[in-house]
Design a protein around this ligand. Structure first.
Ligand SMILES: NC(=O)c1ccc[n+]([C@@H]2O[C@H](COP(=O)([O-])OP(=O)(O)OC[C@H]3O[C@@H](n4cnc5c(N)ncnc54)[C@H](O)[C@@H]3O)[C@@H](O)[C@H]2O)c1
Length: 263
C-alpha cells in the first residue's frame, strides 16, 4: 500500500555518529536504520530497552554500527548519561534526531494536569534536554545537525489533542530559535512536520477501536496523494536534512504529508 522510501543513495556521511531518541519504533526506528545504512554509527535511545536493542542488532546485522541505550527523555540526568554512554561507545555525536514521543486523543475539558504535563514534557522537554546534552560537543567541534519531529497537527490544529498540537507547535519555535542561535557554530537545526504515518504508535495511540484498514482508508481520503505515509519516507527527509545536500537549510519546518497542507 505504501510507496517505498529509504533509498540506498550515498549521503557521504560515513564515520559520523548519531543519537536517535525513540529509536526502538516507528519513525525513529526508520531514521536509525537509514543512518546505519549510510555508515553512521547510531545511538538507539529509547525508554523501552528491548526495542532499542533489537533495532541496534538489526543495524549491526546489516553491517552497520549501533549501541542501544535506555533513556526516558523527560529525565535530564538520564539523557545526559545516555549521551555520555553513546559518546564513550561510538564517538562524539554529530547528529541528533529528536523523535521520542506519543499522542493522546482527549476532549479538551478532560485533559488533566498530569496528561497536559506528560505531553508537553515528552515533546518539549525531551527535545530540550537532548539538544542541550549534545550541543556543547557540537559547538566545540564547529559541526552538527539536529532534526526534530513536529506534526501536521501543529499546523492545522487537532481537536481532542490540544495538548499534542501545542507541544508540537512549541517545537517549531524551538527549532527556529535554536537554529538562529547556533547557525554561526556550523550547526543546522531543522524539523519535519509529518501527516499520518503508519507506525505502531499511530495504530495503537492515535486511533480507538474499529477496523484498522477502514480507519486508514478513511484517513487517506482527505490526503491529496490518497494514502498515509511510511516511516521510511520521513527517514529520507531526515537524511537529506543531515546531509551536505541541505547545507544552506536551517530553521526550516519541512511538511511531509502527501499534500494535506501545502506550507
Ligand atoms: N505516526 C504519525 O502519524 C506521526 C505524525 C506526526 C508526528 N509523529 C511524531 O513522531 C514521533 C514518533 O512517533 P511514532 O508514530 O513513530 O511512534 P511509536 O510509538 O511507533 O515510536 C515512538 C518511540 O518513542 C519511544 N518513547 C516514547 N516516549 C519516550 C520517552 N519519554 N523517552 C524515550 N523514548 C520514548 C517509544 O518507546 C517508542 O519506541 C512522535 O514524536 C510523534 O508524535 C508521528
Amino acid at each position: 500500500m505504501f510507496a517505498a522510501g529509504g533509498g540506498t543513495m550515498d549521503w557521504g556521511l560515513q564515520g559520523k555518529v548519531a543519537f536517535v531518541t525513540g529509536g526502538g519504533s516507528g519513525i525513529a526506528r526508520a531514521v536509525a536504520m537509514a543512518l546505519g545504512e549510510a555508515g553512521i554509527a547510531v545511538g538507539v535511545a529509547d525508554m523501552r530497552l528491548p526495542s532499542a536493542e533489537s533495532v541496534a542488532a538489526e543495524i549491526e546485522s546489516n553491517g552497520g554500527k549501533a549501541l542501544a541505550v535506555e533513556v526516558n527523555v523527560t529525565n535530564s540526568d538520564q539523557v545526559n548519561d545516555a549521551v555520555a554512554r553513546v559518546e564513550a561507545g561510538l564517538g562524539p555525536i554529530d547528529y541528533l534526531a529528536n523523535v521520542a514521543g506519543f499522542a493522546k486523543f482527549v476532549p479538551f475539558l478532560e485533559i488533566t494536569d498530569e496528561a497536559w504535563h506528560d505531553l508537553i514534557h515528552v515533546h518539549l522537554n525531551g527535545a530540550f534536554f537532548s539538544s542541550r546534552a549534545v550541543l556543547p560537543g557540537m559547538i566545540s567541534r564547529g559541526f552538527g545537525g539536529i532534526v526534530t519531529v513536529s506534526s501536521l497537527h501543529a499546523q492545522i490544529g487537532q481537536p481532542r489533542a490540544v495538548h499534542y498540537s501545542a507541544a508540537k507547535a512549541g517545537l517549531m519555535g524551538f527549532t527556529r530559535g535554536l537554529a538562529k542561535e547556533v547557525a554561526g557554530n556550523g550547526i543546522r537545526v531543522n524539523a519535519v512536520a509529518p501527516g499520518p504515518i503508519d507506525t505502531p504508535g499511530w495504530r495503537s495511540g492515535m486511533v480507538t477501536g474499529g477496523n484498522m484498514e477502514e480507519i486508514m482508508e478513511g484517513r487517506s481520503q482527505v490526503i491529496p496523494m490518497g494514502r498515509m505515509g511510511a516511516p521510511e519516507e520521513i527517514a529520507d527527509v531526515f537524511m537529506y536534512l543531515f546531509s551536505p545536500s541541505s547545507s544552506y537549510v536551517t530553521g526550516q519546518i519541512i511538511s511531509i504529508n502527501g499534500g494535506e497542507v501545502m506550507y
